[in-house]
Design a protein around this ligand. Structure first.
Ligand code: FAD
Ligand code: NAD
Length: 404
């Protein structure tokens, strides 16, 4: 009898968790497992703000996929998926195509610009290794160029961060450490540098604990960050951004660097392939399958799971993606072995938001933490993800041990 073919799209947190768990649960004779990813490396999306600011080299943020999968059981295909043909049980790749019996869509998310003019053209987003490397280089170039010009252009040294969600705040935390280094390296006076964070909601980290938010804002303001709260970015331009506070109060902020960190949506392939989606994310059933498709599981940033307590979607995180990956591996094994499927319940262990190298805020198992203790916990969370996917050897190679 023909072996069932399992295709996993994406080797991020969700996809790698599925692959590394499946390889333990299914024998090589029971199924063919194929893992597809754009690059032959996995990157820690949750560390990209560090690579973008230049506080951690991008090579520290990534590792070879072949090192964490059982190459005897999982075939790795380096390729870019472009569309899923559900009626033909096929995935089209940029080069070639793959048939599947079971499909796991774990392609992550994409920056959401809400159709705001000029952002795609003029703003950067913290999305992957390439964009992180580009942001780091761009900021450094602005500093390196500043003193070479006869008429100095201070806007080169202005950085705008759009959105004070967790991505924006974590990036600002890293900038707080990086800017003094750049000033020293390029002989730039610190007072010439301007870092502005623009947030549309009435508070930083909307919905998070107000006391912790106050701590974060005070910490970042001390490092030179100016917050523009209740102010929305309306347009990106070659010279910076246009913002508005209310209907009439429109203003231009000139900046040599604009980072758009104001939200994500599901991977474009979801809508292109005809799935019903909300901002590119599929509302999955209790077994994590796409409605109407018994053989297609969707996890991570391209999926949407409702938190029944508040009737709102859970924020897309690595934490939930990994838990989904674990269940999907079990559910695919169950389908092959004719067993019952498990249902998904998110076990929220908390949230820690880094504020740079040695500071952070968080709520862990319901308790508030700040400062060095929170920063230590953040590094442990980062190490835990490595441990769960690649074991102790990966932690030894890539782990964060610079705890104070
Ligand atoms: P990803 O981990 O993003 O992986 C998607 C994979 O698919 C990538 O390898 C990508 O290359 C590949 N891919 C994409 N398109 C294609 C294609 N067409 N063909 C083939 N391969 C493709 N969450 C937390 O829980 N804790 C945190 O501390 C945290 N910090 C964060 C910090 C930053 C700066 C950012 C941006 C996010 C952070 N998040 C955090 C959110 C978290 O990173 C995401 O929710 C998580 O990465 C989603 O996992 P995923 O498996 O869906 O996608
Ligand atoms: P987000 O959607 O959580 O935050 C985006 C922020 O941008 C919001 O505060 C929103 O009000 C603001 N915004 C939207 N439009 C705007 C506009 N036009 N002008 C100004 N501000 C605007 O997005 P994110 O921060 O990228 O986070 C994405 C996901 O990743 C979330 O689920 C988050 O929880 C997760 N994440 C977690 C961590 C962590 O746990 N440490 C770190 C980073 C990201």
């Amino acid at each position: 009898m023909k072996k069932p073919k399992i295709v996993i799209l994406g080797a991020g947190y969700g996809g790698l968790m599925t692959a590394t768990r499946l390889q333990k649960q299914i024998g090589a004779n029971d199924a063919e497992i194929i893992l597809v990813n754009k690059n032959d490396y996995h990157y820690e999306t949750t560390w990209l703000h560090e690579a973008s600011a230049g506080t951690l080299h991008h090579d520290r943020v990534r590792y070879d996929i072949s090192k964490v999968i059982d190459n005897g059981k999982v075939e790795f295909v380096k390729g870019t998926a472009v569309e899923i043909k559900t009626d033909e049980k096929k995935v089209l790749l940029e080069k070639g195509e793959l048939e599947y019996d079971y499909l796991v869509v774990a392609l992550g998310g994409e920056s959401e610009t809400f159709g705001i003019k000029g952002l795609k053209e003029y703003a950067f987003s913290i999305s992957n290794i390439n964009s992180a490397r580009q942001i780091r280089e761009h900021i450094e170039y602005q500093f390196a160029t500043y003193n070479t010009e006869e008429v100095k252009d201070d806007t080169r040294l202005s950085i705008v961060v759009g959105g004070a969600g967790f991505t924006g705040i974590e990036f600002l935390g890293e900038l707080g450490n990086r800017i003094p280094e750049l000033c020293k390296e390029y002989d730039v006076p610190f007072e010439k540098v301007k870092i502005v964070c623009v947030e549309a909601a009435p508070m930083v980290l909307p919905g998070f604990d107000p006391e912790l938010v106050e701590y974060a804002v005070a910490h970042l303001e001390k490092k030179g960050v100016q917050f523009r709260i209740g102010t929305a970015i309306k347009e990106g331009t070659p010279d910076g951004i246009i913002v508005a506070k209310g209907e009439d109060d429109v203003e231009e902020i000139k900046a040599g660097t604009v980072i758009w960190a104001a939200g994500i949506r599901g991977n474009a392939i979801i809508e292109k392939s005809g799935f019903e989606a909300m901002r590119g994310r599929i509302k999955v059933d209790e077994n994590l399958r796409a409605p109407g498709h018994d053989n297609i599981f969707v996890i991570g940033d391209s999926s949407l799971v409702i938190n029944e307590e508040i009737n709102r979607p859970y924020p897309p995180t690595a934490q939930i993606a990994m838990q989904q990956g674990e269940l999907v591996a079990k559910n695919i094994a169950a389908l092959i072995q004719n067993k019952d499927l498990g249902t998904f319940t998110f076990d929220n262990k908390g949230t820690v938001c880094s504020l740079g190298e040695d500071d952070a805020i968080g709520v862990v198992f319901g308790k508030k933490v700040v400062g060095k203790k929170a920063s230590f916990m953040k590094k442990m969370v980062d190490n835990r993800a490595l441990l769960m996917i690649g074991g102790a050897s990966l932690v030894a190679k890539k782990g964060k041990f610079n705890v104070l």
